[in-house]
Design a protein around this ligand. Structure first.
Ligand SMILES: *Cc1c(COP(=O)(O)O)cnc(C)c1O
Length: 408
């Protein structure tokens, strides 16, 4: 075992340096004009979508959930590859519209949508995933004010959970969606208020690496939607079955068995064709589409040895990359895959910790990892960083400079 994560294969060494999209990382740092930065590789994004299309039945629409990475240039690139975009705020909605996605293929989910956000959504003609009775009431007013009925789907909090998810977002008491047993009332309200009902949204969790668990949630999601369709004010046009596809971050984690999910979805699409004829099925993925296509790059400022342990102190840290520090939803801190990008594959290796410049022991990007021996000026590369990076981090904490983002 080399100890290198499979992520390293996507960013091969060229002339003794790790590369991103064919550009050596030190050259890329010059091009960006500063460290730290995030770099996302367009070809890897395209390849991932292509890989998925290869196993997904043609009947399944593929949406990108842009909260995973809302960088406008990246969303613009993804918009040309996927069938739709899912947004979670009014600001994300603007990014999705600017990216050129057809509003008919944009949907908006999330609890606590403001009146302004609801109006933005109606004015732009996107689909709203309703999360409460309050939203129905507000949308009735907004629809009559704007003279156009809101397009709505009901986000359902299912009466089951997605097993083995990194984050559970459905089942039991939740702030997301409307409890399945209360959906019939809300459907009646939607009909009474004359909103344009289109279907259901059932998202039960995130970061799942077990194909069987994801398949089970898809089967149950379709069953639930079929049951609820009987109460709907009009034909069900679309059912969003969620996503939850995970990526391997830590030692021992295996990539998702995509072929198994593709096969399963064939069956799901067939049963939908008879139980809900004419209904479009959608899956919405965030990190699975973009997470593996990005790296975070920081420069070593200082090399310290404390009581026999090596610390590489960098200009980047948890303020840019909270997830890699282990403080974004992880229960036990584990190392993201990390390499020294400016030392060749054959460089001597040592055990070192990579830390940031913040005055907290939480500011740890690598805890006692096998890395190439490095010192000031070297570039540290954190893999699996294309999702939940910059926008999921407390960038202003300690007032250090912001990280930049580039698409290569
Ligand atoms: C966060 C979220 C996603 C994306 O989750 P990933 O783990 O990045 O795939 C998709 N849909 C909804 C409703 C979400 O809240």
């Amino acid at each position: 075992m080399s100890g290198r994560h499979s992520a390293a294969e996507r960013f091969p060494f060229l002339e003794g340096e790790l590369s991103v999209g064919g550009v050596r990382v030190s050259r890329l740092a010059e091009r960006v004009g500063q460290t730290p930065f995030y770099a996302y590789d367009r070809q890897l994004l395209s390849a991932r979508v292509q890989q998925l299309r290869g196993v997904l039945p043609a009947a399944i629409s593929l949406h990108y959930a842009i909260k995973a990475n809302p960088m406008p240039a990246l969303v613009g690139w993804m918009a040309a590859l996927v069938d739709g975009l899912d947004v979670a705020s009014g600001a994300e909605l603007r990014v999705a519209l600017d990216a050129g996605m057809d509003p008919r293929e944009i949907s908006f989910a999330g609890p606590g949508k403001s009146e302004v956000e609801l109006a933005q959504a109606v004015a732009s003609g996107i689909l709203l995933n309703i999360e409460s009775a309050r939203e129905v009431r507000l949308l009735a007013d907004i629809s009559s004010r704007l003279g156009t009925p809101a397009r709505v789907a009901v986000r359902v909090n299912p009466d089951y959970e997605l097993k083995s998810s990194g984050m559970k977002m459905g089942g039991g008491p939740k702030q997301f969606g409307i409890d399945a047993e209360r959906v019939p009332e809300v459907l009646a309200d939607i009909g009474r208020e004359g909103l344009a009902f289109e279907g259901f949204h059932i998202f039960s969790g995130s970061q799942n690496l077990r194909a069987e668990a994801i398949c089970e949630a898809q089967t149950k999601g379709l069953e639930l939607a079929t049951r609820l369709a009987a109460e709907a004010p009009s034909t069900v046009i679309s059912v969003n079955l969620g996503g939850g596809f995970g990526i391997p971050y830590f030692p021992g984690e295996k990539p998702l068995d995509l072929a198994a999910i593709g096969d399963h979805l064939e069956g799901v699409a067939e049963s939908a064709a008879s139980s809900l004829p004419g209904t479009k099925l959608v899956i919405e993925l965030g990190r699975f589409l973009v997470g593996e296509a990005g790296v975070y790059v920081a420069r070593v400022i200082d090399r310290k040895v404390s009581r026999g342990e090596v610390f590489l102190v960098t200009d980047g840290g948890l303020h840019h990359h909270l997830s890699a520090s282990g403080n974004f939803g992880q229960v036990i801190r584990k190392n993201y895959p990390v390499e020294i990008g400016t030392r060749g594959m054959d460089a001597p290796r040592e055990v070192a910790s990579v830390v940031g410049p913040l005055c907290t022991p939480l500011d740890l990007l690598a805890d006692r990892m096998q890395l190439a021996e490095a010192g000031p000026g070297d570039l540290v590369v954190v893999f699996q960083s294309g999702a939940y990076g910059i926008t999921a981090s407390p960038m202003r904490f300690l007032s250090h400079p912001a990280a930049l983002e580039v698409l290569v």
